[in-house]
Design a protein around this ligand. Structure first.
Ligand code: 6CS
Length: 312
């Protein structure tokens, strides 16, 4: 039989490379085939999530940036400066974290989803039309964010005017000046040509892009133990592959942006310049707890403990 797997990026972007490895592993180790549906073939992120919950798709990759309304606790990934930017630390963290592999698993399960893996896609950078050296520079900037209430709170706390939009409206929105900024990992700034419609890249170090792959729960629980193992093993081998694949990716893609658009400014904010963004973090953390209560607080504490435990 054929299993359908949709994701939010193209086949050659990070989620697509992950999905391709996952497919290869399933097909090498079972009689099942996996059909891949890249971004745009079945709609936006919210659409593929609905299809996965309905069982039309067996697998879906949806980032917590879009899962926040469904699972409020998933917004924890948008508390600024919670996650480190060190990729080696992150690689250990997602694999070993109890918050992810146990606590989030049950929260996704309640929504009919079997969480298979979460993985990092790189430090996010802001791209804007005007330079950003402090929060004050975001004043009056309509800044596109994924449709996630806590991300809205973050950019409010940063001083911007947050504008939640699905991905499909971002390039056009920047082109027509409906929005004047957005954030994404470096590889994505190049692959989606977002550098064509913004002039400044700013690294504030405030977050790493997290994504999640899950299966429809009814589908998953109906699998034989052997097939479940094939799926779990495929998720793990694709994880190891995607972590390795991303080594040096931000650097190589930034170089390509510079070649394509030499006038693009690229700024890594100093510790001093980061101060107002870091101050905003505590406001956002408090908002997160206000939104999610004891359950959110428990996951936040566990996540912090997991980050500490995977430092070295
Ligand atoms: O910003 C977004 O909406 C998109 N960013 C990435 C890196 N992947 C998919 C997502 O839709």
């Amino acid at each position: 039989d054929t299993w359908k797997y949709a994701f939010e990026e193209s086949l050659t972007e990070v989620q697509g490379v992950y999905a391709t490895k996952f497919k290869e592993a399933i097909e090498a180790n079972s009689d099942h085939t996996v059909e891949l549906f890249p971004y745009g073939t079945l709609g936006e992120s919210a659409d593929i999530m609905e299809q996965a919950q309905a069982g039309i798709l067996q697998f879906v990759d949806q980032s917590p940036g879009f899962t926040g309304a469904l699972i409020p606790e998933a917004q924890v990934f948008f508390v600024p400066y919670l996650l480190p930017t060190d990729q080696a630390h992150l690689a250990r963290f997602y694999k070993q974290s109890k918050a992810i592999n146990e606590d989030f698993e049950s929260l996704y399960e309640e929504k009919g989803l079997e969480l298979l893996v979460m993985f990092p896609e790189g430090e996010v950078a802001m791209t804007t039309k005007e330079p950003v050296r402090s929060c004050a520079d975001l004043n009056e900037v309509k800044f596109r964010v994924m449709t996630n209430p806590l991300l809205v709170e973050s950019y409010k706390a940063f001083g911007a005017t947050p504008t939640p939009l699905p991905w499909g409206e971002v390039y056009g929105g920047l082109q027509t000046n409906i929005i004047q900024g957005q954030e994404n990992p470096t590889f994505y700034l190049f692959s989606t040509k977002i550098y064509e419609v913004t002039d400044h890249i700013t690294y504030t170090g405030h977050n790493n892009f997290t994504t999640a792959v899950m299966a429809n729960s009814d589908f998953y629980s109906g699998l034989s133990d052997a097939d479940k193992k094939v799926v779990e093993d495929a998720a793990v081998s694709a994880y190891d592959y995607i972590v390795d694949y991303q080594k040096g990716l931000a650097e190589s893609e930034l170089k390509k942006i510079k070649e394509a658009k030499p006038e693009m400014t690229i700024t890594v904010l100093s510790e001093e310049e980061r101060a107002c963004f870091k101050e905003a973090a505590s406001v956002v953390e408090a908002k997160f707890i206000e939104m999610t209560g004891d359950s959110g607080k428990a996951i936040l504490d566990q996540l912090k403990a997991d980050l500490e435990a995977t430092k070295n």
